[in-house]
Design a protein around this ligand. Structure first.
Ligand code: ZN
Ligand code: ZN
Length: 338
């Protein structure tokens, strides 16, 4: 660790640095990982356009396909699917026969909008721990999808507009993909337009969406599903939908009280991160000699790994719990988050 972030001296690059550096290798395009100001960016091919959307079209960015490797300094570097969002990658670094893997954010649940997590083996594993508490145990994804669809149908029967909040990059596209079947019209908040477009351009099939602002005047939204970013909740933007039911889709909905504190009618548990069991399962599959735990409940999860006999330690990250829309940041660390 250096002040700018996680550094690889043999390759002279940083991974997801939080300050401007010469060479930044980026796991994925969420704003707590892809930060502004570095001279050169290297990421997976599917992250390139998302990175440009976030950091500016003029950044110097190179994309590498999953599984292709290049030599950087004395290390061989490659990107492998992390199953988190489009373009999300584990970064594999091989130096003189020693292999390290930096997972970035990842999940093990199925998600048809991006390639699934690829299990690799390594001597050193750097794992995230956003949901590294035993209380986090994700329900079956297909059941959550059914719950969302029946909530929409129930609302339609009552003549109530369905408003579903989810993070702009990753979560909204995954939810959209679950709504494929034709229940009614789907509208989106303006903040979702660019990331949805990026997914479509990458070849991900998503149902038709319209911007709310494109709807004709006096349009009847009572059969519609509106996808929006969490920060739109409680603003004048949603007041146009007079009879409405609001719901939030997030891993944090598993904690009782989060839905109520956000003043939502419903909460659906769906996360793009690994839950407690998946984190442990991943450590077992990678079977490393040492584990560095970062991004989340690093102290608690690394202590548990040590109890299980692993050589594990927490890595300090600078921006734990930072508040932003695209990240599922911890309410415990940052207060109420969006
Ligand atoms: Zn992320
Ligand atoms: Zn993250």
């Amino acid at each position: 660790m250096r002040p700018a972030g996680l550094f690889c001296p043999q390759g002279d690059f940083y991974i997801d640095p939080w300050r401007p550096v010469t060479r930044a290798v980026i796991t994925h395009a969420h704003s707590d990982h892809a930060r502004w100001g570095s001279k050169q960016y290297l990421c997976a091919t599917d992250s390139v356009s998302l990175l440009r959307d976030r950091l500016g079209t003029d950044i110097a960015v190179t994309g590498l396909n999953y599984g292709e490797s290049i030599l950087v300094g004395s290390v061989r570097l490659s990107f492998h699917p992390a199953g988190h969002i489009l373009g999300s990658s584990q970064i594999r670094i091989e130096n003189a026969g020693h292999v390290s893997i930096v997972t970035g954010d990842y999940k093990r649940e199925p998600d048809t909008t991006c390639p699934g997590f690829e299990p690799l083996s390594a001597h050193c594993l750097v794992t995230e721990s956003t949901f590294g508490l035993p209380v986090f145990k994700w329900p079956d994804t297909t059941l959550t999808a059914q719950d969302i669809r029946s909530w929409w149908l129930d609302n339609q029967a009552l003549g109530v507009t369905s408003i579903l909040y989810g993070y702009a990059l990753g979560k909204s596209q995954r939810v959209l993909n679950m709504l494929q079947d034709d229940i009614g019209p789907i509208f989106i908040h303006g903040a979702l337009h660019k990331p949805i477009d990026a997914y479509r351009l990458a070849g991900v099939r998503l149902p038709e969406t319209k911007l709310v602002s494109q709807a004709p005047k006096d349009f009847d939204f009572s059969r519609a599903m509106i996808l929006a970013v969490p920060s739109a909740h409680g603003t004048s933007w949603i007041n146009r939908f007079r009879n409405r039911s609001t719901a939030m889709v997030s891993g944090w909905m598993q904690i009782r009280g989060n839905r109520r504190r956000r003043a939502m009618d419903r909460g659906f548990v769906l996360s793009d991160h690994a839950d407690w069991d998946s984190l442990i399962r991943t450590v077992r599959e990678v079977a490393p000699e040492e584990v560095w735990v970062t991004h989340g409940f690093a102290d608690i999860f690394s202590r548990h790994l040590r109890d299980l006999g692993w050589n594990a330690l927490p890595l300090k990250t600078e921006f734990i719990g930072e508040v932003n829309e695209d990240k599922e940041s911890a309410p415990t660390a940052a207060g109420e988050t969006e």
